[in-house]
Ligand binder design. Structure first.
Ligand SMILES: Cc1cc2nc3c(=O)[nH]c(=O)nc-3n(C[C@H](O)[C@H](O)[C@H](O)COP(=O)(O)O)c2cc1C
Length: 244
């Protein structure tokens, strides 16, 4: 097990992080100013620092800067104000990439030798967990098996269907999406996450792989006039937190 020095963050880090998070709002009007590619790249690199299930990084991003494509995407996004941004990023959850990702972990392992436990996990355990088989049949039998073995001791009961694989991928991808928004915010660019779009028509405009799930179209740009529609509203924390 490798150990590392615990990073020492500046004293003000918590306050600065809180200020960054507070400064992000859903922005519905953008100026025409373009977002430099260097900024986009830096933000994507920050996005993929998000944690992911078994580090399989089940996400991909399609970066749309081309004005003609942006124009086509506006009606796809139901002609929302935010969709007139100079940059749209389709954030895709990828329940379909785990097999390649298992191979990639071993190929890109950041040490000269791949530890045996890592090799075993990504060659044996992970395929057992994530391979649901044709028509989800393997998943079905795994569910039965786990129901039996789960009588005796705790077991991991999902993902054991194609539907659960979708949820599995969406969880990790949502974390990357939040990183992405905060990264743009830290560069002085605003964002609006949008699920208000026509998934079917989106696939006619962008080459979205058939099993990929577009979880959000992220609008990005410089904040325009009257860009925030409502004051911030959050429910009191007491109603949403249980302390044990
Ligand atoms: C999953 C998700 C989907 C959203 N879809 C849209 C959308 O289609 N259009 C839009 O204008 N805002 C959309 N929003 C933004 C929310 O309306 C906004 O985050 C919420 O009202 C809270 O405001 P705030 O982000 O400024 O704090 C979405 C946010 C999330 C997390």
């Amino acid at each position: 097990m490798s150990s590392r020095p615990v990073p020492v963050l500046p004293m003000s880090c918590a306050a600065e992080f809180r200020a960054l998070v507070e400064s992000r709002r859903a922005i519905r009007r953008f100026t025409a100013e373009l977002v430099p590619d260097g900024v986009i790249l830096d933000c994507l690199q920050t996005a993929v620092l998000a944690p992911s299930s078994c580090n399989l990084q089940p996400w991909s991003f399609q970066v749309v800067r081309d004005p003609a494509l942006l124009q086509e995407l506006h009606p796809v996004c139901l002609r929302q104000g935010a969709a007139k941004a100079p940059l749209l990023i389709a954030v895709l959850a990828r329940p379909d990439t785990w097999r390649q990702a298992c191979a990639d972990v071993i190929e890109h392992w950041p040490e000269p030798l791949v530890p045996e436990r890592i090799r075993h996990f990504y060659e044996t355990i992970a395929p057992f967990q994530y391979n649901q088989g044709t028509f989800g049949l393997r998943g079905f039998f795994k569910r039965l098996l786990l129901r039996m073995t789960g009588l005796k001791h705790p077991v991991m009961r999902s993902p054991n269907s194609h539907e659960e694989m979708r949820l599995w991928a969406v969880k990790s991808t949502a974390l990357a999406a939040q990183n992405l928004m905060l990264a743009f915010q830290s560069h002085g660019y605003s964002t609006c996450p949008m699920e208000g779009f026509d998934d079917m028509r989106l696939r006619e405009v962008l080459p979205i792989p058939p099993h990929a799930i577009p979880i959000l179209l992220l609008a990005v740009g410089k904040e325009g006039e009257h860009a925030v529609y409502n004051p911030r509203l959050r429910f009191p924390l007491e109603g949403h937190v249980t302390w044990h």
